[in-house]
Each structure stands twice: as structure tokens, then as C-alpha cells.
Write a protein that binds this ligand. Structure first.
Ligand SMILES: [Cu+2]
Length: 473
């Protein structure tokens, strides 16, 4: 009896809460990453209802590597929430009955103790409700703040809430939701299997993975963001951390406008902008020429070795007045002579005289020119850079491989059953370097062996055929 009275009282309390004030009530605009909900068309405040669920689930963090993520709504980052300055938000946080941990939410858009953390503390199989008024416009991080806080964030419990200013935002053609976060695993980067969280690495800030949207390749390759030439793009960028500050950069673009730290201050013509852990930024740019823009944390080893690499594929007509592509390539001989020697050193250019030497020289060429993309051991990066280890593409046709190095390569290609749709630049190696690096590749990492002579490269260079990847395999 007593228990029932308490239940009824609780029920009344929550219902009072639900209809407090006299604002119109509606569901909040929400979306799954990398999408962003449409702009708010209302010009008056409302009481908006957000319903979120915390879910613990195993998902891939990289090809062949799984991780037990703790999430808001099952994705990393969690659902994007879009509300309007002056709105009252009624937040329902449910913790899935299958969860092992209690969770809560601290929204940086909240004015109030803990950003809602204590009010939203929720055991598995329960729901908490709390309300707040969004007083300040801006782009805010939300995250779980249940102890150990660092661990809940490190497992993927973060997302973004946009509080649109009353006057709205300038319309753009496309908006995307990108959030960086780093992961600390027992195994090192790429080590296969289900990888447990490593508390010690997290405390020492030694991240194995630094990724956008929860996994290596989440916004690269076939998951790349898209746009058309002439469009304006706005990226809502967050950084969940838990530890690292992002040097956010898009290779091949300049940010026309940046809402510094996700606030009201606008900076213009920015190359790289900092996104603090637990912070955000809004960047806008117009895309003028076609091609693939590469989204990175310009703390660059994170991009090429830890996964912080995304892509925006821009389609449309070339505009040579803005970007010409390569117009000219000729041998550069500063001394005006054909003798190739390293200045200051008396040694002449050494030419490999045996297969063993070619392999050894080729390894050096590989480490300096190829490893950044194709990785140590030739493993490649899922959905971004194809493997050179045991590569069926490489082994099938050595002449074609020479062409790839001479002229670069772009378009769709299938290597070892995985599709890639990137582009590899022509690197401008000498005939000897090309012969050596290919010989090195063929004789390592389970490839089928073979030897490429510099004369073969000369021959292909004369024939001057470029590689159409589409017809390749
Ligand atoms: Cu949590």
C-alpha cells in the first residue's frame, strides 16, 4: 500500500514535469552519424522531448578488430540532437536491460550541476527523466559521466547537441556530423580479435586508435562523405577524447568560416583548427573542384597510423583556373648534368647489382615513399589504402604494377576481395627506384616473388599507358 502511494506520487511528479509550463511540446530533431537533422524552422521556443538509450555492444573498430563499445543509442558518436536557443529540453535516458553498467549523461549545453549527470544516473533496465533550458547557443559535447568517467568516455560514450541561435544558421548545401575519439586496447593497432580496454594505456594517454565516428574507415572509402562542386559544406565536429586534442584539418580545402570552439566567435580562412577534448568546432567551406578531400587530425601519425582519416568525395566539372592538376613533369637537374650524386658526398649513385641488393634498396624506397599509406608490413588501411602484402592485384600483372608507380592510379579497384576507391599519386621515382621497390614487394610479405629490371620500367615509361583501375581486376 505504502509502496503504491509512493509510486502514484512519483507518477504525478513525472507527469507534472512533462507538462510544466505552457510551451508547445514536440520531439527533438535527432540523427545518426554522419548525418545531421534538418535546420529548425520554428521561430518560437518549445518543450522538446529527447529519448535516448545507453547500449553496450560489440562492433568493429577496424577490419578484423572488435571492441565492446558503450554507446548512446548504439552508435559512436551517439545521436546528434538539434534544439533551439530558449527551448526546454525534457530528457529521457533509458539504460538497456542488457547493460552491465549504470550510465548517465552530462550535456555541456546544460546550465546546472554536473550538466545533468546526477539527475540522469540510470541503472540497467531503468529510465531517468530530467529537464533543462538551453540558454546559450552553440555546438556542445555530451558524454557519460559515470565513474570511472574516463573509462565510460574511452568506450565511446559521447556525442553532440547543437543549440541553434534564435536567428537560425545560414543555410548551406550539406551538413555532416564528425566526431573524433581515441581508443586504448590491450593489443596494438590492427591486432585482430575482440580487444579489451586498456586502463593503463588510457592513463598514460598512449592511444592505439584515433578515429572519426567510432572506427577506422567510418567516413572513408565507400563510407566517404559526398558533395558536388559548387556546394557549401558545414561540418559539426566534436572531440570526445578522452585525452587527445585534435588538430582538425581537411587536406585540399581551406575553412572559409570556423565557429571557434563551437561558439559564437567566427574566424575566417583557417587551415587547421583545434578541437579540445570535450569540445567542438563548426567549419564551413565551399568546394570548388572535384576530387577527394582528406579529413585528418593533422597530428599526422594519428591520421596515417592510427585511423584518424576520413574522406569527402567531391564530384563535378574540373576547374583548371582554380586547380590545374599536374601540368608538367621533367627531370630536374640542378647541376645541369646527368651525373646523379648526392651533394656533399663523393659517393656516386649506387645501382643495385644483384637481386638481394635490389630488395635492400627497394625496402628503403618503400619506407620513404609508400609506407605512409600502405603501412609497415604492407597491410594497408581498410577502405582507404589497399594492401601490398599478398596482393592478388600486384602479383597478377607486374607490367601493370609498373604503370601504377609511373602514373599513379585512381578509381575503383578490388584487392584481395576488398574494394578500394581512392587515388594514388604518381610519386616521381626514378626507373631504378621503381624496379627496386617492386622487386622488394614481390619478394616480401607472402607475395609470389619475381624481379623487375630498370629496363622494363624504361620500356613502360615509353609506352606511357595510364592505369584505369576499373578495368584492372
Ligand atoms: Cu556510461
Amino acid at each position: 500500500m505504502r509502496r503504491q502511494i509512493i509510486m502514484v506520487a512519483l507518477f504525478l511528479l513525472t507527469t507534472c514535469n512533462l507538462y510544466a509550463g505552457n510551451l508547445p511540446v514536440e520531439d527533438a530533431l535527432v540523427s545518426v552519424p554522419p548525418m545531421v537533422p534538418p535546420a529548425i524552422t520554428r521561430d518560437y521556443p518549445a518543450r522538446v522531448i529527447v529519448r535516448m538509450e545507453t547500449v553496450e555492444k560489440v562492433m568493429p573498430i577496424a577490419d578484423g578488430v572488435d571492441y565492446m563499445f558503450w554507446t548512446f543509442d548504439g552508435s559512436v558518436p551517439g545521436t546528434f540532437i538539434r534544439v533551439r536557443e530558449g527551448d526546454e529540453v525534457e530528457f529521457h535516458l533509458s539504460n538497456h536491460p542488457g547493460s552491465k553498467m549504470p550510465h548517465n549523461i552530462d550535456l555541456h549545453a546544460v546550465t546546472g550541476p554536473g550538466g545533468g549527470a546526477a539527475a540522469s544516473f540510470t541503472a540497467p533496465g531503468h529510465t531517468s527523466v530530467f529537464s533543462f533550458k538551453v540558454l546559450n547557443p552553440g555546438l556542445y559535447v555530451y558524454h557519460c559521466a559515470t565513474a570511472p568517467v574516463g573509462m565510460h568516455i574511452a568506450n565511446g560514450m559521447y556525442g553532440l547537441i547543437l543549440v541553434e541561435p534564435k536567428e537560425g544558421l545560414k543555410p548551406v548545401d550539406r551538413e555532416y556530423y564528425v566526431m573524433q575519439g581515441e581508443f586504448y586496447t590491450k593489443g596494438k593497432y590492427g591486432e585482430a580479435g575482440l580487444q579489451p580496454f586498456d586502463m593503463e594505456k588510457a592513463i598514460n594517454e598512449l592511444a592505439d586508435y584515433v578515429v572519426f565516428n567510432g572506427s577506422v574507415g567510418a567516413i572513408a572509402g565507400e563510407n566517404a562523405l559526398v558533395a558536388n562542386v559548387g556546394e557549401t559544406i558545414r561540418l559539426y565536429v566534436g572531440n570526445g577524447g578522452p585525452n587527445l586534442v585534435s588538430s582538425f584539418h581537411v587536406i585540399g580545402e581551406i575553412f572559409d568560416r570556423v565557429n571557434v570552439e563551437g561558439g559564437t566567435l567566427v574566424n575566417e580562412n583557417v587551415q587547421t583548427t583545434l578541437v579540445p577534448a570535450g569540445g567542438s568546432t563548426i567549419v564551413e567551406f565551399k568546394v570548388d573542384v572535384p576530387g577527394t578531400l582528406i579529413v585528418v587530425d593533422h597530428s599526422i601519425f594519428r591520421a596515417f597510423n592510427k585511423g584518424a582519416l576520413g574522406m569527402i568525395n567531391v564530384e563535378g566539372a574540373e576547374n583548371p583556373a582554380i586547380y590545374s592538376g599536374k601540368q608538367f613533369d621533367q627531370v630536374y637537374l640542378p647541376e645541369g648534368s646527368a651525373i646523379q650524386s648526392i651533394p656533399g658526398e663523393t659517393q656516386k649513385l649506387v645501382i643495385a647489382s644483384s637481386l638481394t641488393e635490389q630488395i635492400r634498396f627497394g625496402q628503403r624506397v618503400y619506407e620513404t615513399n609508400c609506407q605512409a599509406c600502405h603501412q609497415a608490413g604492407g597491410t594497408g588501411i581498410p577502405r582507404a589504402f589497399p594492401p601490398l602484402a599478398k596482393s592478388d592485384y600486384l602479383n597478377l600483372d607486374h607490367q601493370r604494377a609498373i604503370d601504377v608507380l609511373l602514373h599513379g592510379m585512381s578509381g575503383k579497384v578490388v584487392v584481395n576481395g576488398e574494394q578500394y576507391d581512392g587515388s594514388m599519386p604518381a610519386i616521381g621515382l626514378s626507373d631504378h627506384d621503381i624496379a627496386d621497390v617492386l622487386t622488394f614487394l614481390l619478394n616480401n610479405w607472402d607475395n609470389n616473388g619475381g624481379q623487375i629490371a630498370p629496363e622494363q620500367v624504361v620500356q613502360r615509361r615509353l609506352e606511357g599507358k595510364s592505369v584505369q583501375a576499373d578495368s584492372g581486376h
